[in-house]
Write a protein that binds this ligand. Structure first.
Ligand code: BES
Ligand code: ZN
Ligand code: ZN
Length: 391
């Protein structure tokens, strides 16, 4: 065990100890009691939608002060895991919308959506183009909450409920786990829940473009040019670079609301995993102080992030010979960076923006980190927002 892993200290116990309620007699041996308790709770998770748990977890009695802080985080993490673990047939665009409507009901937020051809009428062409080949209509879901007098915060999540790659089809190994390609949406939804539960003084706008990147006769083709909501034209170099397509129209709409900050979560690139491995989400931000603050917030809650640069010269890797730019290029170099640079074009100059390219998944079982869907970067961002908007 890593002695610096405050979160992991007790995380293996819920499934090792006999089922009972346990109390900490001497917490002095723990580096951080609260983080250890969180680790225990995260280690007790089990996905039980399709089969019963083999055993119940050993439970830890968490003191009231800690529980008030931890319970929302435990619930939010379980929500991300449940949403991501649920197979596509039970977690399509409509089911993502249902999750947001549920949230709206709980916290008295307003939910709106544009479904199928409504996306074209309301000028969300990229979301429609990516999702139109599925038998389940693409949609953009919006939840708004909070007082008009508070600063606006836009949170966007990539909701690709399954990513076949489209016509530039993924090989079977690459496609196997693509039910998790709505992991960004799962993070955005859970973060919205945390914000509303904590009554952060913001005007929240949650945006989830929810689609299936499927294959059919009407599928978007490589080589097509789409005029995006922002008016920029994009040539579809590769239909598998669909995340940035659905995000760009949602982000353009978010920017139109003139928020104080835009945050987006996305399982955007395999390249981010090549660069940083599965456990470290790549953080991109268009201001250094903002990036530093988010990184520090992540360290404070044992939810680490690592910054990658918005290295402008790499923009030329997405050059198109007929459109303003392409959604991918011939080179796979710096793939996480070129994806972020693509998104950056849809963020108006001077509008603070944070982008998280996250894996949202544990490939194997570890204490506190069960195999399958995982929240990565959620506590970091919530911690940052609490500091920023509560002073
Ligand atoms: N959803 C994938 C990215 C992904 C793959 C995330 C594996 C996590 C695990 C995304 O839509 C994608 O396919 N990206 C391509 C972009 C490329 C075609 C420019 C990639 O990363 O290879
Ligand atoms: Zn893809
Ligand atoms: Zn994808």
């Amino acid at each position: 065990m890593d002695p610096n892993d405050a979160l992991g200290a007790l995380a293996g116990l819920p499934k090792q100890l006999p089922e009972a309620v346990y109390h900490l007699a001497d917490e002095g041996v723990l580096a951080d009691r609260r983080q250890a308790a969180l680790g225990w709770a995260l280690g007790a998770y089990e996905f039980t939608r399709y089969r019963k748990a083999k055993r119940g977890p050993a439970q830890l009695a968490i003191p009231g002060d800690d529980l008030r802080v931890l319970a929302p985080l435990i619930t939010a993490t379980a929500q991300v895991r449940d949403l991501v673990n649920t197979p596509t047939e039970d977690m399509g665009p409509k089911q993502l919308a249902d999750a947001i409507k549920q949230l709206g009901k709980t916290y008295k937020g307003k939910v709106r959506e544009w479904v199928g051809d409504e996306l074209l009428k309301a000028n969300f062409p990229t979301i429609h183009a990516v999702g139109r080949a599925s038998h389940r209509a693409p949609r953009l879901i919006e939840l708004t909450w909070g007082k008009a007098s508070h600063p606006k915060l836009v949170v966007v999540g990539k909701g690709v409920c399954f990513d076949t790659g489209g016509l530039d089809l993924k090989p079977s190994d690459g496609m196997r786990w693509m039910k998790k390609d709505m992991g960004g949406a799962a993070h955005a939804i859970a973060l919205a829940g945390l914000i509303m539960q904590a009554k952060l003084p913001v005007q929240l706008i949650l945006l989830v473009p929810a689609v299936e990147n499927a294959v059919a006769g009407n599928a978007m083709r490589p080589g097509e040019v789409i005029t995006t909501r922002a008016g920029l034209t994009v040539e579809v170099d590769n239909t598998d670079a669909e995340g940035r397509l659905v995000l760009c129209d949602a982000m353009a709409y978010g920017a139109e609301q003139k928020p104080e900050l835009i945050v987006d979560f996305a399982t955007l690139t395999g390249a981010a995993r090549v660069a940083l491995g599965p456990d470290l989400p790549a953080l991109f931000a268009n201001a250094d102080a903002l990036a530093d603050d988010v990184l520090a917030a992540g360290r404070a809650v044992n939810d680490p992030l690592w910054r990658l640069p918005l290295w402008r010269p790499y923009r030329k890797m997405l050059d198109s010979y007929i459109a303003d730019f392409a959604n991918a290029g011939a080179s796979r170099h710096a793939g996480a960076i070129t994806a972020a640079l693509y998104l950056e074009r849809f963020v108006p100059e001077g509008l603070p923006w944070v982008h998280l390219d996250t894996y949202a998944w544990n490939d194997g079982d570890r204490p506190g980190r069960p195999r399958g869907g995982e929240a990565m970067g959620l506590r970091a961002l919530f911690g940052y927002l609490q500091l920023r908007f509560k002073g």
